[in-house]
Design a protein. Sequence first.
Length: 351
Amino acid sequence: MESESALDWKKGVKNLMESSPKLKKLPPQFVLPLETNPLSVNYAEIPIIDLSGLNGASHTRVSTVKAIASACQHWGIFTIINHGISEALKEEMMKVGEEFFSLNLREKMKYASDDVMSSVRYGTSLNTSKKHDLHWRDFFRHYGHPFEETFHLWPLNPPQYRNVAREYLDEVRQMAMKIVGAISESLGLESRYIEECLGEGVQILAANYYPPCPEPHKTLGLAPHSDHGALTILTQNGVDGLQIKHHQTWLAVHHLPASFLVNIGDYFEILSNGKYKSVEHRATVNAQRTRISIAVGHGPHLSSLIGPAAPLVDEKEVIQYEPIKYEDYIRLQQSSTVRGKSALQALRPNK
Ligand SMILES: O=C(O)CCC(=O)C(=O)O
Ligand SMILES: [Fe+2]
């Protein structure tokens, strides 16, 4: 193996493992402080929502909205089943995602960027803009809806990538907006209130690639964080690794077959003035199998000012989060390597 000082970390962990297949010890740059070591933990019993209930008779819709409200309040994450997106499309998306990571390094490095706001970005660890304790992950991110703005920048390789990702992102957005409508109602707002706040907002796809790791208990794929947007719709290749912090305890999350996970992001915690909580989560890695996850986040337009929804804060209620431009919030969150929910904390009026 090349000497550790020469470890070219920006080439990513997939490349590292392929160029040093006999690697038995984790290079020290990846060893995280002991207190952040992923312990073996229990599985979380997160709520399962049958999304078809939103199309049903009015009493079924009411009980589904209530179940979503409770999940947003107590967990910040839930599983959805009967969501209407075909397994075939999900599998195709996973396949083109995997094929992208299998391209040679030179092809992938065409998309490398240190700018966290770049429209299309390939990278590794948390971000490549500054030195930090390294994480066992390569990633690829790009904007989705509205497609006209960035479609022409998405990868041309693998050849099916653009078309498959477009169809997937389109269907995922429609599903996400259905959930946003239910969340709006659950907060006592008009059902289109939040969708209108989001407007032609951003959709961001993040594909995460976590290769088998020689000492998985000493590092993480992704450090603890909450997502910055409204909702993240998450799927994976059948290998578990996600953990959530629930009442100060880390718990593992199992993906049910044919389901998606829905994460509540900071935008909803802010908009609901703290009634709904974004979920703090992290990704662990394992020694045997490559894990791939595809997260699709939905948020408002980058130039929107985000803050608690006016109808939810009357004179008696104290505003819990200072308004901020969404783009500035993303930069604040993404450029920090100290994660957890520190970016959200920075918006507290009396921090
Ligand atoms: O790999 C996972 O399950 C989580 C990914 C994630 O949290 C993210 O991309 O924001
Ligand atoms: Fe996340």
